[in-house]
Every structure is written in C-alpha cells, then in structure tokens.
Design a protein around this ligand. Structure first.
Ligand SMILES: *Cc1c(COP(=O)(O)O)cnc(C)c1O
Length: 233
C-alpha cells in the first residue's frame, strides 16, 4: 500500500475542504472528514489511519465488523453509513461511534435498546431521501417532523443531525441543490423539534462534490474514492 500517495490524497482533500469552508466564512475545523473504507482491505485502512484519518465510514455492517475487529488496537471512530438490518444491530452498535444511516423508527428503537443494554448513548443521524430517488433508503422529508417527535421515547440515542446522498443521476449543480435542501430542512425542523434532538450535524457530500457540500453547511463529508486516487489496490 502506497502510504505516501494516500497521505498526499488526504492532504489534498483537507485543503479543498478548508478552501471551501473559507469561501463561505466557515472554519475547516467544523468539518469532519469521514474516510470511507468500503473499497479497500484492512491493510489500506491501516494506511489511512497512519495518514491521519481516524474517523472512518463503512457502508456494509459485515465489513465494518471485520475491519473494526482486525484493527481494534487503533483509536478509530467508526461510522456506519449504509443500511443496517435490525438483525445486525446487536453486533454492530457496540463498534460504532456514529450510526449515520437510521432510516426507520423500528431501527431507531432497536438501536436504542442495544445502546441501553450497553449502558451508553449512541449518536445517530437520520438519513433523508432528499432527491426522492426510488432506489434510495431514508425518510421522506415530510415524515421527519413526526419521527423527531418520537425521539424522547428513546433516551439511549441522540439524534445529532441529518444525512443524505445527493441524486447520483444529476451533476454537481444538482447535488448542490440537494445539499441546500437538506440544510433548509434541518433549519426548519430545528425550530420545532424536541430539545432531545440537537440536529447540529449535516452529513453530506462525497468524492465528486464534498467541496460544494461544505459550502452548503456540511459538518461531515463522506469521502471514499478520492482517497485512493492513483493507487492500485
Ligand atoms: C460509498 C459511499 C460514500 C463515498 O463515496 P465516494 O464517491 O467514493 O467518495 C459516501 N457515502 C455513502 C453512503 C457511501 O455508500
């Protein structure tokens, strides 16, 4: 694994995040780079960690289990960013610092029960299907207010914000509009939702558009392929 090249890529991405933040008067420190590891094996994850990435995102639970267990001596914050079936909650939640992809009340309930069993509070994001694509997971925007009203029933989860994937069909301009919509939705919900839901986090933006997401208020960008450019693994 070419650590020098990964380090270069990470530095380039961090610079681009900082430049985008600066353009809109934000601080780069307010944006967390979630390095997405779904394309690579454990060796490459170790290289990413050595290059300074300790907040990692995985989309498939089984991959997360495997990587988290192989690298359990490293101080990694694992985020699950893909669909979680309820029968995998028990094995997944203990490994997570963030569950970004909550897309049903039943999953919220299951995550809450598991967090209660572990005697901890789990940070979650509600995934929103902002583009309305049929194939996408996530709550419909119009359902979120009632979902948030249920949050006080689940004391072992903290709803920290919203997560979305921009439509894959559109171009960068289109993605930017999706990001702007998510931020507006968050702003509207924040004024009326229960105090238990803080909604400070917006997880949006991937390799092709994370700079635009930062300009639209992202606090977490989920970047995968751009980390591994120029590396054959
Ligand atoms: C794969 C994935 C990413 C990263 O995508 P890249 O285009 O490779 O940066 C981000 N978010 C989710 C939910 C993903 O599944």
């Amino acid at each position: 694994m070419n650590i020098a090249r990964i380090s270069e890529n990470v530095a380039g991405i961090r610079q681009r995040i900082a430049a985008a933040a600066q353009r809109v008067g934000r601080s780069a420190e307010d944006v967390t780079l979630v390095a997405v590891t779904k394309y690579v094996d454990v060796g490459a994850v170790q290289a990413l960690f050595d290059a300074g990435c300790s907040v990692l995102g995985e989309s498939r639970p089984q991959q997360l289990w495997h990587k988290a267990e192989m690298l359990d001596d490293l101080n990694i914050s694992w985020h699950l960013i893909g669909h979680l079936q309820r029968n995998k909650v028990q094995r997944t939640v203990p490994l997570l610092s963030f569950l970004q992809s909550v897309d049903s009340i039943r999953l919220m309930e299951a995550a809450n029960s598991e967090a209660a069993r572990l005697d901890r509070v789990l940070s979650i994001l509600l995934e929103v299907n902002i583009s309305g694509d049929q194939a996408k997971h996530g709550f419909a925007p119009e359902d979120l207010a009632s979902v948030l009203n249920a949050v006080p029933n689940y004391p072992n989860i903290e709803v920290r914000g919203l997560m979305t994937m921009a439509s894959l069909r559109g171009d960068r301009d289109h993605a930017r509009k999706d990001f702007s919509k998510l931020r507006q939705l968050r702003d509207e919900l924040r004024s009326s939702c229960p105090a238990e839901a803080t909604l400070n986090e917006l997880s949006m933006g991937m390799s092709r558009d994370y700079d635009l997401a930062v300009m639209e208020g992202a606090t977490m960008v989920r970047v995968g392929s751009a980390l591994f450019e120029g590396i054959d693994s």
